[in-house]
Design a protein around this ligand. Structure first.
Ligand code: FEO
Length: 165
């Protein structure tokens, strides 16, 4: 069984991952509203991934015989200026998630909770990948001025993202 502090912090993380899913769904809605359906699709898959992250933590807590304490999820922002803005905000959000995951990893180490540390290792690696993926999209966007039709090529590329299993 996880100790109380770890139970509390992992419950908060489940909630944070659910919020991430909700935020990306809001970003997806924005992208669709400006007719960039590829970006909208990409963000929707991102939202599914975040839900999967929440469930991975939830299942782990259940497996350890703990209670998952959930409360209300914050309303996500829906005010974005452009897909450039969406992707910048997505990177900022992922950087916050990384900080949270590292705190959890450190706590597991302090508590000598090796099983939790090994489970969290997956999240540490996932954050490296997620930040790099979003950063790569931002780098491409930097080559495309806002309101340029070149954005349609990137939109098409992002629309090919395979559905999250
Ligand atoms: Fe679940 Fe994108 O962090």
């Amino acid at each position: 069984m996880l100790n109380k502090k770890m139970e509390e912090m992992l419950s908060e993380q489940v909630q944070f991952e659910v919020f991430s899913s909700y935020l990306y769904l809001s970003m997806s809605a924005f992208c669709h509203s400006i007719n960039l359906k590829g970006f909208g699709h990409w963000m929707r898959q991102q939202s599914h991934e975040e839900h999967h992250h929440a469930m991975k933590l939830f299942d782990y807590m259940i497996e350890r015989g703990n209670w998952v304490s959930l409360s209300s999820v914050e309303k996500p922002s829906h005010r974005f200026k452009s897909v450039h803005d969406v992707m910048e905000k997505s990177l900022e959000h992922e950087q916050k998630v990384t900080v949270q995951i590292h705190k959890l990893y450190e706590l597991a180490g302090q508590q000598k909770d090796y099983a939790t540390q090994i489970m969290l290792q997956w999240f540490v690696n996932e954050q490296v990948e997620e930040e790099a993926t979003v950063k790569a999209i931002i780098d491409k966007l930097k080559l495309i001025p806002e309101k340029s039709s070149a954005i349609l090529y990137l939109d098409k590329e992002l629309g090919k993202r395979a559905p999250t299993a």
